[in-house]
Design a protein around this ligand. Structure first.
Ligand code: LMR
Length: 344
């Protein structure tokens, strides 16, 4: 478990980083203005590596906007939580220190949108095509529209893929999880999932996860393989269990004031470029995760396990109560609509 000192540091760091980031953000436009006379700069901050589905989609967005605006609109991408991380990025967006973010859907519950946590429900989606019935349909649009309540504009969804479990031991069935401290994102559904498996959930920022694993502050975690590989978590975890137990996706969001202040033609240009970048991200998500698995196998040193059908059945059975137990938090009507979309 985190010692009080570690936790104090973890909570003080974001405030310091927010101030540093605000200072950096204040000088950046001037620096870029000297390099290239962009009329408009969009700062897009995210927490993962560049060579991930989200990192590559962000780069594609940057290139499309640059090309179509003839350099008049500049997108600056800050990957790897270099500017803001999980603790402070929403605040930074609302304060206007950045114009865009791409948080995972699991991170919207704590800012007042628990319906986004339906995507965290274990074993809800058999494959990505089914997820897209929600994210690319009317229900997904309704979810994005609601973000206006927090001065955000929901611009679109994008997949990463399905999550797997890692630790210094196989995690293939509930008996393997007992007493394990598992790093999770700040989602009540994921916390309930870990408890249902017998583990102790520990909420940590993504950027702190690898270090916390290395220092044995936590014993294991869950993520799609692209995140596991690009964070070099294989250097601090010996076993990866291909449980494919739940989905991880993103919503790209903008600061509402910034978005509305743009000229209509620029909004159209930026919105279209983002839609195309998200489509590109969805096309490469699977292959990026497959490439990461192949790289992991090539690198050696990680034991990769696949649960047997009876182990899978025990996992499913253990987490079944999460669906009913968290229905009130997510909202029964949202869940009903999601189930209808899934079954359609
Ligand atoms: C995590 O925090 O585990 C991930 O959601 C990070 C990300 O954005 O993929």
């Amino acid at each position: 478990m985190a010692t009080p000192t570690t936790q104090d540091q973890a909570f003080q760091q974001p405030r310091r980083r927010l101030l540093q980031g605000l200072a950096a953000a204040a000088v950046l436009p001037a620096a870029f203005a000297r390099a290239a006379p962009a009329a408009l700069t969009i700062r897009l901050s995210h927490v993962v590596a560049e060579d991930t589905p989200k990192g590559l989609a962000a780069k594609r967005f940057q290139a499309l906007v640059q090309e179509r605006s003839g350099g008049r609109i500049l997108v600056t991408v800050y990957p790897d939580a270099r500017l803001y991380g999980d603790h402070d990025e929403m605040q930074a967006l609302q304060l206007g220190a950045v114009e865009m973010l791409a948080p995972s859907l699991s991170k919207f519950g704590r800012i007042g949108f628990p319906e986004f946590e339906l995507f965290d429900l274990p074993y809800l989606f058999p494959d990505l095509a089914v997820v897209r019935r929600i994210t690319q349909g009317a229900l997904g649009q309704r979810m994005l529209d609601r973000l206006a309540r927090q001065q955000l504009v929901g611009l679109g969804f994008m997949d990463n893929g399905f999550k797997h479990m890692s630790a210094n031991r196989p995690l293939l069935e509930p008996a393997h999880f007992v007493g394990m401290r598992m790093r999770i994102q700040a989602s009540r559904v994921i916390a309930a999932q870990m408890r249902a498996l017998g583990a102790r959930p520990v909420t940590l920022a993504f950027s702190e996860t690898r270090q916390a694993l290395a220092a044995h502050v936590v014993d294991g975690t869950e993520n799609p393989i692209s995140n596991f590989w690009t964070q070099s978590m294989n250097e601090v975890q010996t076993d990866l269990s291909l449980t494919q137990h739940a989905y991880l996706g993103y919503a790209f969001v903008a600061n509402r004031r910034f978005w509305n202040a743009m000229a209509a033609s620029d909004r159209e240009l930026v919105g279209t470029a983002l839609r195309e970048a998200l489509e590109f991200g969805n096309q490469i998500a699977d292959t990026q995760n497959e490439k990461a698995l192949a790289a992991l196998r090539d690198a050696g040193g990680t034991r990769i396990h696949t649960p047997t059908p009876p182990q899978m059945a025990r996992m499913r059975q253990a987490v079944e109560p999460v669906h009913t137990g968290l229905a009130r938090r997510i909202g029964a009507a949202w869940l009903d609509d999601a189930r209808k979309a899934i079954e359609s």
